[in-house]
Ligand binder design. Structure first.
Ligand SMILES: Cc1cc2nc3c(=O)[nH]c(=O)nc-3n(C[C@H](O)[C@H](O)[C@H](O)COP(=O)(O)O)c2cc1C
Length: 433
């Protein structure tokens, strides 16, 4: 049987393309409400996608700069719990930061979501670069420090998920025993950062362990993700870089004694789909025309930690204003390279960043987008894609109604769900405890 893609979609209700909420039909007046999110999730489920994905941040920095693309209006656990009741098959992946949570809470929240959804929960484990000011801190600790905390945090969460053995629940009405308490095992974790006695206070999640997702592409990110994750998200604007990353990631997975086939690598794609190529280009031009350049300047300055008030839109940002420190993160360096090596002007950088935030940006027909995705998939650059709808809800509908069927017809994507849990969709076994 032909290897098939995994497809998830990043639900950004305001649209992945910055300022795309200005399009007629965007339902921007409904943001933060359930109805729009429910329609997007149902559209994705109709296309049989593996999962919807909710990013998250715990600050309003970009919102304060006038950008509502990545907004945090939708707190993932509450939103996905509501969506669990309105969908039946699609996976529900939510972001939660290990820097601002305790493992006991995180374990309960994702176990709860897994129970509420019948085994469809996934956790995108992030360490966060921003938001520390809202939790009694100032700047972010170094990535290594954050990743160290994340590693121990996830270890504790997994121990807690396993702390109710699979056969703990008896429901023996005659004997009056609902539970075999011998099958609940305290974890007595005593580490550098966390002391957790356990066990957790709810039955083992339907998936055993909810699916773990990770999105760091630096060497520390690869080390962490390759150890714990079932899905890896990554921003890869070019094929060669994606192939290189895929190889390094899978080698690292092997290095941890894991089967590389059990880790699904999903670069993001932002596909602007039209019924004709000309229509797709018209939509892309329309989206570009909506970008607020002044807000874009503030956004580039804020995201890339740059002083650029003195730079005209058609000038280049001087190379020396950029840091070469790898600690700035992978996406910082994608944009540094676009400005410094490819010579994008400030205007071009704002537009590029508004379109894709470092992901592959594609404009064309569904057939052309499918060609590109299959090229990457067959070249060993990925195991599928995270689909980023440039605008909503119409942009996601075009992806789901035109692009996904194109992949199905060519045998690269499932025609229907073949199981009930997110692990089923990804072809992953349920770990026992
Ligand atoms: C597709 C994708 C989605 C991400 N979503 C979030 C998110 O919702 N919240 C967050 O704080 N970081 C998010 N990140 C950032 C990563 O978790 C990570 O911190 C970032 O890629 C920097 O790590 P690195 O330098 O190891 O690549 C995301 C990254 C990618 C590629």
């Amino acid at each position: 049987m032909k290897r098939r893609m995994a497809l998830t979609t990043f639900l950004l209700p305001a649209g992945y393309h910055r300022d795309s909420w200005r399009r007629p039909g965007s339902r921007a007046d409904e943001l933060a409400g359930l109805s729009l999110m429910a329609d997007l999730a149902r559209t994705a489920e109709r296309a049989k996608l593996d999962a919807v994905f909710l990013g998250d941040c715990v600050h309003a920095n970009s919102t304060m700069r006038g950008d509502i693309m990545m907004n945090g209006f939708y707190e993932p656990i509450s939103t996905l719990s509501a969506l669990a009741a309105l969908t039946s098959k699609i996976g529900l992946i939510g972001t939660m930061s290990t820097s601002f949570t305790e493992p006991y809470n995180a374990a309960r929240q994702f176990a709860g979501l897994d129970h509420m959804s019948g085994g469809r929960a996934g956790w995108n484990v992030v360490t966060s670069r921003d938001g520390f000011q809202n939790f009694g801190g100032s700047g972010a600790p170094d990535p290594e420090v954050r990743y160290d905390r994340a590693a121990e945090h996830v270890e504790v969460v997994q121990k807690l998920w396993d702390s109710w053995h699979d056969d703990a629940i008896l429901v023996d009405r005659e004997a009056g025993r609902w539970l075999d308490t011998d099958e609940l095992v305290p974890i007595n974790h005593s580490g550098e950062r966390f002391q957790v006695a356990g066990p957790i206070n709810m039955p083992r999640p339907p998936q055993g362990r909810p699916v773990l997702v990770q999105a760091g592409s630096s060497s520390s990110g690869i080390e962490f993700g390759s150890k714990i994750a079932d899905i890896i998200y990554t921003a890869q604007p070019r094929l060669e870089g994606a192939i290189d990353f895929y190889g390094r990631l899978k080698d690292a997975v092997r290095g941890h004694g894991r089967d590389p086939e059990t880790v699904t690598v999903l670069p993001g794609i932002v596909p602007v789909i039209g019924r004709t190529e000309a229509e797709a280009h018209e939509i892309a031009a329309d989206l570009s025309s909506m970008i607020d350049l002044d807000a874009g300047r503030r956004q580039v300055a804020g995201d890339l930690f740059l002083e650029i008030d003195d730079i005209d839109f058609d000038e280049h940002i001087p190379a020396e204003r950029f840091s070469e420190d790898p600690k700035m993160g992978t996406r910082y360096h994608i944009f540094r390279s676009k400005a410094v090596d490819q010579g994008l002007t400030l205007r071009e950088l704002i537009i590029d960043r508004a379109r894709s935030t470092g992901h592959m940006f594609f404009v064309g027909t569904a057939g052309q987008a499918a060609d590109r995705m299959i090229e990457w998939f067959d070249a060993g650059a990925c195991d599928g894609f995270n689909l980023n709808a440039p605008y909503n809800p119409d942009g996601l509908e075009l992806i789901c109604d035109l692009l996904v069927p194109e992949l199905q017809e060519r045998g690269y994507f499932r025609e229907d769900y073949e199981g009930d849990t997110l692990r089923d969709h990804l072809g992953l076994d349920r770990p026992s405890a």
